[in-house]
Every structure is written in structure tokens, then in C-alpha cells.
Write a new protein. Structure first.
Length: 438
């Protein structure tokens, strides 16, 4: 701005000088032109004064600004000087580092040349190692791609995998709800999964859990036979057990016919043992409730009634168990092959097993009957002795002794014998008449 003002003032001085020269040379001219030129010069002089004043003011302002910002100028100068020194030091450091890098590169080159000289004999081995590494990398990439493919396929079959993992819990729920057909279907599905050629840890674990539920199903079915069940219920339970045996038979590689016969014999034994539990539990409940009778006369009558109830219960339940076994496991005697086992030898084995079980139960019944008669006679004697001590005179005691001796007399024995003979005749229809033993 100051330079422009100075240039403008110089221009105006030049113009004024050029204008004053003709004025001095033309003094003898016309009076009107002289007046005009004098007024013009006066205006020029005024402008020059104004411009000079403005130039002086600008110079004063510049000096004041320089005085105000003198510290800033000094700081900028110092920082510029410091920056120059830092750049100079950096350049010198770079030069030193360049020299060190050059020395290090030279040393590295010498070391590499020495190593290359030492490893000339191992170049082929290094090449083979490199090829093996490349092959391993390619193999790892192939493995990773295969894993990714398997995981993607697993994600697509997520719902099917959930259904597969829920099979053991579903079978457990079916067993607890007495849905035997559904539980056996799940067990059969486990055999189908196990026969597949591709082994999988998840499938193997699920099959193992289903095998454990099969044992629970077998125990549940046998426990149901330990209670009071009708003939249709027995057929349902035994049919489920046979299907369970056939499912187990599918997983074996040995002789299927002999294994099936052994499984059938085991099923018959389990059936009779479970029904024995039902028979023995009823006898135990009856014997525990026989102590409710009290008094002299009621003791003997209660014992005789207990024995009659025991005989009747044994008769009905043993006959029911034998009938159920005969209907389920034994064949028609007029045929050569059995409908249950499929061969005459198997029918003979089941008949022998039923005969053995019947003989054992009849022997146990006779022991119970003998023990009951002995206990009833002892109770009758004790009741007669108690009535004799309670009597106050000889006449009363003699009459009480006569009555007590008759409490467990011929009538009670006759009733017991008739009940036992009726039991024997009922069992005679199954080929187990024990009249002589009774």
C-alpha cells in the first residue's frame, strides 16, 4: 500500500512539472487560457498536499504496527532460525544413517554370500522343503474349504439335526406315557441310523442314548406285569417286549434263530418272575392285615377266614397267570410248530418252564397252607386257655373248653379241604392236579 501511494505521488509530481513548463513559456498568450491554467495548477497542488498527508499517515501507521508486533517478528525470526538448525541436524543424521545402512547392507550381502556358499550342497533339499510347504498350504486350504462346506451343510440341516437330537427325550416321554408303539418306532429308527455306512459322532451319541432308553422301556414293561393286568394288557406288554427283542436282534451278527429262542426263553422267565411279584405282594398284604381280629372267638374265625381267602386268592391268581402264560407262549398241542416260538422244541421248553413254575408255586402254597393251619390251631389253643383263666367256676371253664376245642374243629378243616380240592381241580385243567398232596 505504501509503495502504491509513493508511486501515485511521483506520478502527480511529474504531471505537475509537465504542466508548469507551458505555463511559464506562454505568458504572453490569451488572458482566458492563463486563468484556466492557474486554477488547474492550484487544484493539483491541493491534491498533492492531500496525497502527501495520506502518505505520511500510512507511514506512521506502519511504524506503529511494526512497534506493536515487534515481539511477533522476533519470535518468528527465532523459530525460523531454530527450524533451520533442526533441519540441518536432521539432514546430518540422515547422512549418518545412510552410511550405516550402506555398511549394514554390505555386511548383509557378505553374510548372504557366505551362507549361499555354505548351503550350495543343500539347495535341492531346500527346494524340496519349499515344495512340501507349498503342498501343505494347498492341503490346508483344501481342508479349510471342506470344513466350510461341512459347516454350511450343517447350517442348512439345522432343523433336521434338532429333531435328531430330540429323539432320546421323545422316546423317554413315550415310555412314561405308555406309548409303546411310538417308542419302539424310535428304537427301530436308531437301528436304521446305525446301519448307515458313514459314521458320525452325533449320530453315534444319539443311538447310544436311544439304547439306554430301550433298557428303560424294558424295565417299564416288566414293572407293569408286576401289577394286576388283564389278558389284553398282557398281550400288549408281551408284544412290545417281543418287538424290543427283535430290534435288539437286528444289531447282532451271530446265529439269529438260536439267539431268538434264547431271547424268547428269557422273556418267559421275566414274565413269570414279574407275575410272581404280583402274587407274593398280594399274599404279603393279606398276611399283614390278618392281625385285625381280636378276642377269643374272633381269633379262630379270623384265622380260618384268612386261610380260605388265601386259598381262593392263590387259586384265582395262579390259574390266571398259568392261563395267560399258556395263551401267550404255548402253542396248540395238535400242531407241530408253535405260533409263539415257531418250533416244537421251543413249545416243549415253554411247557417245561410252565410246569416247573406251577410245581414251585403249588409247593409254596402247600407250605403256606400248612403254616396257616398250624398257626390257626395254636391261636385256638391259646384262646381256649385264656377263656379258661377268665372263667370264675368249674362249670363255666368246662363249657368254655368244649367250645374252644370246637372252634378249629372238623368244620373248619372240611372247609379248608374243600377249598384246596377245588384249587387242585382248577389246576388239573392245566395238567397240575395236586389232590394227593393236598
Amino acid at each position: 500500500a505504501i509503495a502504491s501511494l509513493k508511486a501515485e505521488s511521483l506520478t502527480r509530481e511529474t504531471m505537475s512539472t509537465s504542466l508548469s513548463t507551458p505555463q511559464s513559456s506562454g505568458t504572453g498568450g490569451v488572458g482566458g487560457s492563463a486563468a484556466t491554467s492557474s486554477s488547474w495548477v492550484t487544484g493539483e497542488l491541493d491534491e498533492r498536499v492531500v496525497a502527501k498527508a495520506a502518505l505520511d499517515a500510512a507511514e506512521d501507521g506502519l511504524e506503529s504496527l511494526c512497534a506493536v508486533h515487534a515481539g511477533t517478528f522476533v519470535a518468528v525470526e527465532k523459530r525460523g532460525h531454530a527450524t533451520e538448525q533442526a533441519l540441518t541436524q536432521l539432514q546430518s543424521t540422515i547422512d549418518v544413517v545412510k552410511k550405516k545402512v550402506a555398511i549394514a547392507q554390505q555386511n548383509l550381502w557378505h553374510a548372504q554370500s557366505e551362507e549361499s556358499k555354505d548351503q550350495k550342497g543343500d539347495e535341492q533339499q531346500a527346494h524340496e522343503l519349499m515344495e512340501d510347504e507349498l503342498q501343505d498350504r494347498s492341503t490346508s486350504l483344501a481342508v479349510l474349504s471342506e470344513k466350510h462346506r461341512v459347516r454350511r451343510r450343517t447350517l442348512l440341516q439345522h432343523s433336521a439335526l434338532l429333531e435328531l437330537l430330540e429323539l432320546p427325550s421323545l422316546m423317554d416321554a413315550c415310555v412314561r406315557s405308555n406309548l409303546y408303539e411310538e417308542a419302539l418306532s424310535i428304537a427301530s429308527l436308531a437301528n436304521s441310523l446305525e446301519r448307515r455306512p458313514n459314521e458320525n459322532k452325533v449320530v453315534t451319541h444319539v443311538v447310544a442314548q436311544i439304547r439306554g432308553r430301550q433298557h428303560d422301556l424294558r424295565r417299564h414293561l416288566l414293572h407293569r406285569l408286576e401289577g394286576s393286568v388283564t389278558m389284553p394288557d398282557c398281550l400288549e406288554v408281551v408284544t412290545a417286549l417281543r418287538r424290543l427283542n427283535s430290534i435288539d436282534l437286528e444289531t447282532t451278527q451271530s446265529d439269529p434263530e438260536s439267539l431268538y429262542q434264547s431271547m424268547e426263553v428269557k422273556l418267559q422267565i421275566d414274565f413269570l418272575e414279574a407275575r410272581n411279584v404280583w402274587l407274593d405282594s398280594s399274599n404279603a398284604n393279606r398276611s399283614s392285615g390278618s392281625s385285625k381280629y381280636g378276642g377269643a372267638t374272633s381269633t379262630a374265625s379270623g384265622s380260618s377266614e384268612d386261610l380260605l381267602d388265601t386259598i381262593e386268592r392263590y387259586r384265582t391268581r395262579v390259574f390266571e397267570i398259568a392261563t395267560q402264560f399258556n395263551a401267550i407262549f404255548r402253542a396248540n398241542p395238535g400242531t407241530k410248530t408253535g405260533a409263539a416260538l415257531g418250533s416244537s422244541k421251543a413249545v416243549t421248553a415253554s411247557a417245561d418252564l410252565l410246569s416247573l413254575w406251577t410245581c414251585r408255586r403249588i409247593h409254596a402254597f402247600l407250605q403256606v397252607l400248612q403254616h396257616g393251619i398250624s398257626n390257626a390251631a395254636a391261636k385256638a389253643d391259646s384262646s381256649s386257655a385264656a377263656s379258661h383263666l377268665a372263667a370264675g367256676s368249674t362249670t363255666t371253664s368246662s363249657s368254655g373248653a368244649a367250645v374252644s376245642s370246637q372252634q378249629f374243629g372238623a368244620a373248619t378243616l372240611r372247609d379248608l379241604l374243600e377249598a384246596a380240592l377245588f384249587f387242585s381241580s382248577s389246576m388239573g385243567r392245566l395238567g397240575a392236579d395236586f389232590t394227593a398232596h393236598a
